[in-house]
Design a protein around this ligand. Structure first.
Ligand SMILES: [Zn+2]
Length: 321
């Protein structure tokens, strides 16, 4: 029987979504759970396994190629271990062998950004290209990398952590413990940091009268800017310029066919993607300007799930167990 299906698992800090995906990248069925539905990690893993089994039972098991999972942190695919996930708190977790034992299918693990770029490369904005970078811009920022049609993880399986490029000598702190990181500016969390710094320096916005400091997040700042708040528009402009610098530098190093922008904030087309395009080509090196396409992602929030389901097609990544 032709194996035309895969299971993709997108593990996020707050929820886990798994789904059955066909060879064209279409999602046929899904299940969702809270990442920490139970207090004990093993109970959450048991729930995840039961959801995957439910999905498998809906189809002829002989149609499945494999299971793939995208995780928000460092994984060791060769051993099937989730090494370190700062926001999810799954650390040194032996996942793939357990899932393999329960389902009888091979299981691959990758960083979620790698899963997302693999999805966009096979089925989305990167289709037909050989060298692709897909930057996920949400509460943080990181990118997945494809070189010559293969996922690239680097020696430490952490290639693409562009959020921690040192981009400025100033005291804005990053979640990683360093200061001056791209992510502390060019992400949702970074935007809030720039906003707070602007207020400390005497900036005025009606947002601080309407919302308490802990209610001010990136969507609120974008909404205010869209409604004509010039302070918020200025802070977003600063964030977008940093993002453009980080991506232009990434494009100089990797010389991809395309840089794809995905993640929660990429839907802000007028306030983020359009000015980002302008700044990106302004900062970019000559060859980047003439060769690199800056594109919006096409798979939306399902890119990691869809990409993870098709990891069996990524031969060179981290090697097989
Ligand atoms: Zn950092």
């Amino acid at each position: 029987m032709h194996k035309d299906l895969g299971i993709g698992i997108d593990v996020g800090a707050t929820k886990i979504k798994c789904g059955v995906v066909d060879e064209q990248g279409s999602i046929l069925a899904t299940r969702t759970m809270e990442s920490w539905r139970y207090t004990a990690l093993e109970d959450n893993i048991k729930l995840l396994i039961s959801l995957v089994k439910e999905l498998l039972e809906g189809f002829d098991i002989r149609r499945f190629n494999s299971i793939g999972a995208g995780l928000p942190g460092t994984v060791d695919d060769a051993r099937g271990v989730v090494v370190y996930t700062p926001n999810l708190h799954w650390n040194d977790l032996v996942l793939a062998p357990v899932l393999e034992g329960e389902t009888g299918l091979a299981v691959r693990l990758v960083q979620d950004t790698a899963a997302a770029v693999w999805g966009e490369y096979l089925f989305g904005a990167g289709r037909g290209l050989q060298n692709v970078v897909c930057a996920t811009v949400g509460s943080g920022i990181a990118c997945g990398i494809i070189i010559n049609g293969e996922l690239y993880g680097g020696a430490s399986h952490t290639a693409g952590e562009i959020g921690h490029i040192h981009i400025e000598d100033d005291p804005i702190e990053c979640a990683c413990g360093n200061t001056g990181c791209l992510e502390a500016r060019a992400s949702g969390r970074g935007l809030v940091k720039l906003f707070m710094r602007g207020i400390e320096r005497g900036g005025h916005t009606e947002l601080t009268r309407r919302l308490s400091p802990d209610q001010i997040d990136a969507p609120a700042i974008f909404a205010a800017a869209g409604a004509g708040d010039t302070f918020c528009a200025g802070v977003i402009d600063e964030m977008v310029r940093y993002l453009a610098k980080g991506l232009a530098a990434t494009a100089v190093v990797l010389a991809p066919d395309a840089v794809i922008i995905s993640g929660g904030l990429s839907s802000e087309e007028e306030l983020l993607f359009k000015p980002l395009t302008r700044y990106f080509y302004h900062y970019a090196y000559r060859s980047v300007r003439s060769h690199v396409r800056l594109e919006l992602a096409q798979l939306g929030a399902d890119a990691p799930l869809i990409g993870a389901s098709a990891l069996y097609r990524a031969r060179g990544y981290q090697g097989k167990r």
